[in-house]
Design a binder for this molecule. Sequence first.
Ligand SMILES: CC(=O)[C@@H](O)[C@H](O)COP(=O)(O)O
Ligand SMILES: NCC(=O)COP(=O)(O)O
Length: 262
Amino acid sequence: MTVLSVNLNKIAVLRNSRGDDEPDIRKACETVIAAGAGGITVHPRPDQRHVRPGDVDALVEQIGGRVEFNIEGNGFAGPRGSYPGLVALVAKARPAQCTLVPDSDAQITSDHGFDLAADAARLRPLIAELKAQGARVSLFVDADCPDVERAAELGADRIEIYTGPYAKAFARGDHGAALADCVRVAERAHAAGLGVNAGHDLNQANLGTLRQAIPQLAEVSIGHALIGEALYDGLSTTVARYLAILSGNGTLNISDALRPRP
Ligand SMILES: CC(=O)[C@@H](O)[C@H](O)COP(=O)(O)O
Ligand SMILES: NCC(=O)COP(=O)(O)O
């Protein structure tokens, strides 16, 4: 089954809006794991408006190797203020996966994938360094990426399809072409020996269609919508609903998904 990795950025944003420790990112992490999620994702940024280096340390301890930890970010960005930079975070946290995303510091959120040709010379040594630290490396790419095979040549293990355009098209009821782009890039990546992840703006409405269209889908990382939906339904129930969608074949219904796990 496709792994659900829950992005906890928005828990940190809410906490940071007041300072102090609430809502507690460790408690959110524990709740998400107990509900059956297979991974935790964070995307720290140099301005530290989301998850901070201390959160990364706390989450490593809280996860305790039970599920995969995925740290996302722009590995080209240098240190700023007390932010140690992505490579230093990975070196300390030793996550299962590092997802490289070409965000500038000023971006509100991620909105594009790598230009693999233009970024090749910088990506190759960065990927090698992260892999030497034991991380699986995934590259954030647009669904219409023209040369996704290059990710494999650069040494990456996976790609993450940027699903923002698909999600927007889905909301308009006009997602045929955007979904076809996602399927095409997934097939090409898979044929090149790459694992296929997807993320950005996925939600309970659009996830099932994507999952059914991409049988190779190894992992989805979902944060913004999931945390928003959890305000109404609770974090455990919301995670269970995503797992039921990802199970996709009717073998996991909502009651099964909500059953306590050992
Ligand atoms: C790569 C990606 O799409 C996510 O990391 C996204 O950027 C996280 O969302 P926020 O920027 O809203 O925390
Ligand atoms: N990699 C995508 C991610 O972690 C979460 O994106 P979003 O669901 O917050 O848009």
